[in-house]
Design a protein around this ligand. Structure first.
Ligand code: PMP
Length: 408
């Protein structure tokens, strides 16, 4: 491992200090949701104890302060992902809400009968189901680009599936099952060469890769705060202004209007056009604090440390007899998914839990990918920069014990 000091980092995360079942917690489920640093908890607390007032409405002191903080948070996100303008940052409740917003609004504007939406076989349900629903509403067709046995997305096959009727390509930046980093810039280029815009599902990508939406050239990028050390209930849809401008609002209500009368309603400008109802301004400020925290870390070292820990996890787990790993293709980061011959994933995860080890089990919200690999479920370890090689050693030993308990 490199000089990155995960022992110091761990002190910033109160949840990691606890014991479960009398054992020190080993939290290896950060791809599901990350633990929160104290500065994020403090920010949320300060928003509740000092700054709470509804945004974009009243003229009183607190309302103005709170609105300023909310809009500063938008600017922090803009800077973090290198968007051209803060108008392009729509706050949502998470990746799922961001993709649903897009599916409804983009779909209303540009998708009709006979059109096609292209996804990949390795998508999270959040980047499949909203598109299926859109296709069902509009009489459009969902096309699926395959992955090979190593989990690598077949970009040639994806390119071949982009045709005259393709309206949008939707692809994960990093698979939440395989940890494989997709060549998203290349995908954007080949889709744009055919005049087709691209959505990147960045729920995992935003955590492990520096994201520059202008350099990537993507038209939309969606992510959740809670995987990025921020509170739950806040997320972002980035969209190029020229698309967002032409898209109709999705939900109606307060804050998204310019003027309402029974004769008809006019809508607010971007980004508020897409933010109906009271915003999650406390979550947005928590997200800004989390971004601030990430930016306070030595980014290159943190990245190298996480990568080294993921590689170490792969090496240690590979030594376990009967353990099958999924997604051998590289680059790979953040998650390691596997099964153990003769051991039901749920049994393994339940036994590990009793040793204080938290990992994910089940279909990982990617049933089509489970089917692709011929399994009902997997176990998933997702280390973050607050985890240590010692924890991976403890996990490895515990898994060996699980095998013995169940198979012998
Ligand atoms: N896409 C990917 C790749 C994910 O990993 C997740 C969360 N597991 C989602 C989408 C959905 O995110 P959320 O539940 O925060 O909306």
């Amino acid at each position: 491992m490199n000089t990155f000091n995960s022992t110091t980092i761990r002190r910033d995360f109160p949840a990691l200090q606890q014991q479960v079942y009398g054992k020190p917690l080993i939290y290896l489920d950060s791809a599901a949701t990350a633990q929160k640093p104290q500065c994020v908890i403090d920010t949320v607390n300060a928003m509740h104890t000092q700054w709470n007032a509804n945004v974009h409405r009243a003229v009183h002191y607190l309302a103005v302060q709170c609105t300023e903080r909310y809009e500063q948070a938008r600017e922090t996100v803009r800077r973090f992902i290198h968007a051209l303008s803060a108008q392009e940052i729509i706050f949502t409740s998470g990746t799922t809400a961001a993709i649903n917003l897009l599916a409804f609004s983009f779909g209303e504007r540009w998708v009709g009968a006979g059109d096609e939406i292209l996804v990949t076989e390795a998508e999270h349900h959040s980047n499949i189901v909203p598109w299926q629903q859109l296709c069902a509403r509009k009489g459009a067709t969902l096309k699926v680009a395959p992955v090979d046995d190593s989990g690598r997305l077949q970009t040639d096959a994806l390119a071949a599936l982009i045709g005259e009727r393709t309206r949008l390509v939707c692809v994960a930046h990093i698979s939440n099952v395989l940890g494989i980093v997709n060549p998203v810039k290349e995908i954007v280029q080949l889709a744009h060469a055919r005049g087709v815009p691209v959505l990147i599902d960045g729920a995992q990508g935003i955590v492990h890769e520096p994201v520059d939406v202008q350099a990537l050239g993507c038209d939309f990028y969606a992510f959740s705060g809670h995987k990025l050390y921020a509170p739950t209930g806040i997320g972002v849809l980035y969209g190029k202004e020229r698309y967002l401008e032409q898209m109709p609002p999705w939900q109606g209500g307060g804050d998204m209007i310019a003027s309402v009368s029974f004769a008809g309603t006019t809508f607010a400008d971007l980004p508020l056009k897409f933010e109906a109802g009271t915003a999650n301004y406390i979550g947005a400020c928590g997200l800004a604090a989390a971004i601030g925290y990430m930016e306070s870390l030595p980014a290159a070292e943190a990245h190298r440390y996480e990568q080294a820990l993921a590689d170490y996890t792969v090496r240690r787990l590979s030594a376990i007899e009967g353990l099958r790993m999924y997604g051998a293709a590289t680059p790979k980061t953040g998650v390691v998914s596997f099964t153990v011959d003769g051991v039901h994933p749920l049994d393994a995860a339940t036994i590990l839990d009793k040793s204080g080890i938290a990992i994910r089990t089940g279909h990982l919200c990617a049933e089509p990918l489970m089917r692709r690999f011929g399994v009902h479920g997997m176990l998933r370890v997702s280390p973050a920069f607050y985890n240590t090689p010692d924890e991976i050693d403890t996990l490895t030993a515990a898994l060996q014990k699980v095998r013995k308990m169940i198979l012998f």
